[in-house]
Design a protein around this ligand. Structure first.
Ligand code: AMP
Ligand code: MG
Length: 318
């Protein structure tokens, strides 16, 4: 069995696997990552292979305080300030690749930038420190599918393609990191995620959003059909048909429906809804349901990221 509990022995083994060019899935506070040594080109290539991820879609490298000062990327003042406030945490910076950076070229996809994050999870921190180099890690799911928030999700999506899955329980945030491009004159959100736009604006003043969702996106993860469940999704639904599952939010006082219901957050808490989103979608994305109806979710705070993932999940497939 590839799923392992976290202890001294499995951590040592996981770090050795990374150093040997292997693939280890590990928990972060956002979702589970599929990790490999970011400085090892062959190991990075095997991430793309295992996920079926297109080579143009770049990877985030994960660092800790011990590694983030090394010359992987060109730091700038904004990045330093943001790191001080939000790291470790669910915020990823896109920065220019430093001259002579040891990070494997394919981490950058087709570009000359590198996305970097310091994750707020003890297992991720321990693994990076023990491995002794940054860990490149996309979400640990087959390309285009829902991101995994439990070790079992990783197993279901990737199985034996991973050398080891470290089981740290369900992830806390449940949504991927916010990706912020700091190479442009105005900081630009490429993907909504665990750090809200409001909190970035509060610190930086001006922050823009990239709207190139479908055409030539700066961030390939912005492709519209990125988080595809099997069943069709119907958004902003106030009721559900009997053959649909109903993903609700907030008190269900006015809901009149015989459909199976599952509530993202009965007390209308967006953090709770984010943490539950992928696992609840997973629960209802199966027979006997014929579709998934989703109640409206507010657009404020983490609601922006939740609505973004839902819109992609509902987008027409090729
Ligand atoms: P995931 O693959 O789920 O970890 O998501 C990583 C996200 O970060 C994807 O949307 C990538 O396209 C995006 N990303 C990673 N590296 C870069 C980069 N250098 N420039 C722009 N976006 C990036
Ligand atoms: Mg992903």
């Amino acid at each position: 069995m590839t799923i392992q509990p976290v202890n001294e022995k499995t951590l040592a083994k996981a770090a050795a696997l990374i150093q040997d060019g292997g693939l280890v899935a590990f928990p972060t506070e956002t979702v589970y990552g599929l990790g490999a040594d970011a400085t090892n080109e062959a190991a990075v290539a095997s991430i793309f292979e295992a996920k079926g991820r297109p080579s143009f879609n770049p990877l985030i490298i994960h660092v800790t305080r011990n590694t983030d000062l090394l010359p992987y990327v060109e730091w700038n003042d904004r990045a330093r300030l943001l790191a001080k406030i939000f790291w470790p945490g669910p915020l990823t910076f896109v920065l220019r690749r430093a001259v002579g950076s040891p990070i494997a070229p394919s981490v950058s996809g087709k570009g000359d930038t590198i996305a970097v994050r310091n994750p707020n999870h003890p297992v991720a921190q321990e693994l990076i420190n023990r491995a002794g180099s940054p860990i490149a890690a996309p979400s640990a799911n087959a390309s285009g599918k829902l991101s995994p928030t439990t070790a079992e999700h990783v197993w279901d999506s990737l199985g034996n393609k991973v050398d080891m899955i470290l089981d740290g329980g369900p992830t806390l945030v449940g949504l991927e990191s916010t990706v912020l491009d700091l190479t442009l004159p105005t900081p630009t959100i490429l993907r909504h995620g665990g750090i809200t736009k409001e909190s970035l604006v509060a610190l930086l003043g001006e922050v823009q959003e990239s709207h190139a969702i479908t055409e030539a996106p700066q961030s390939p993860g912005m492709l519209s059909s990125h988080y595809a469940p099997r069943l069709p999704l119907r958004l902003n639904a106030l009721s559900a048909r009997d053959d649909e599952a109903f993903l609700t939010f907030g008190p269900e006082l006015f809901v009149q429906s015989g459909a199976y219901r599952i509530n993202l957050s009965p007390r209308s808490n967006l953090d709770e809804a984010a943490a539950n989103l992928f696992s609840m979608l997973c629960i209802v994305d199966r027979e006997p349901y014929k579709g998934i109806a989703v109640m409206p979710i507010p657009l404020t705070g983490l609601g922006a990221a939740i609505n973004d993932r839902l819109a992609r999940a509902a987008a027409p497939r090729d």
